[in-house]
Design a protein around this ligand. Sequence first.
Ligand SMILES: [Zn+2]
Length: 367
Amino acid sequence: MAGTCKAAVKVDIEKTEIREFELPRIGDNDGILKVESSGVGGSDPEMYRRENTAPCIMGHENVGTVHALGDAAAKRWGLKAGDRIALHEYLPCWHCEWCRQGDFRLCMEADFFNVKDRFNTVRYGTCNAEIPPHLWGGFAEYMYLAPNAVIHKIPADMDARHATMAVPLGNGVQWAVLDGGASIGKTVLVFGPGQQGLGCALAAKAAGALKVIIVGMTRDRTRLDLSLELGADIAVDAEQEDLEKIVMAATGGRGVDVVVDTTGDPDGSIAAQAIALSAKGAWLSLNGLGAQVPVNEIKKRYLTVRAPRGHSYKAVQTALDIVASGRWPIDKLCSHDFGLDQVHEAILATAGREIEGAIHVTVSAGK
Ligand SMILES: [Zn+2]
């Protein structure tokens, strides 16, 4: 494929510059994507701050149009040039037991907990841009479609920025519904009203949950208000309101059936609250358990505890189906859109720095 393209490259800690790359020469099994829009993930500000991860073309919530495709790839993916797709960030083996059930996130080749050197292992949005054919991230005009890419076809009329919600909303579907069991009659508590937390609230309500309660801080007021349009029944400002009182009043003193923590919970304090607010037999997705694992409380309440991590194929497809249904005001999640020359601002905005009010931020190369 002749020609060049521009990409925003992280060249140092919190420093990005535009560089030019040759478009890859493709074979039978791969292709090239013309990037329409790439979402800035909740983990991207941390990635942007991290040492020893440059040069890197970030952007792992990718949506675009198939620009060129090898014959075998076209057959295998059921795609042709001009089709629109959304991609996972994973580049898995496709042969292990996890890949065979669509849980690419747990594949030994794609799993961050297995990979020794993340930066030098190919994965969209986080790897070394010096690894050929270089175009591994969505903050670019074009991206390389590797033979082992995980692809979802999207409708011709789906807004590309809405489609970038496939990953954060897919996480919500995974953690609250497929893992947590949010469904008809269940009560759900979500900590953190960021893009993942809002995704959890929306997914839980779309699955029929009876009551969805979302918790944030005073600084999250806009997100908490928005959550009420995106599936939450009750939005709690934990700094101003009594969370326990509200949860117990909403559940008839029983506690909630499903908890998802999307905050990171560095000191285990969310976990302690989550356990105290759980009904017997509840399912919890937690990011910490504090210094001492509260086995007695887990036993007393007969809880199931897991930590949230990534999304399956089914979760992302369900998220895209939810977007396509038009039943939810997805546009309200898409708060900011930046051009390729403003990737730095887009990542800072996601971290709430310099630009306020971000919920889900996108970079659209053609902007
Ligand atoms: Zn695998």
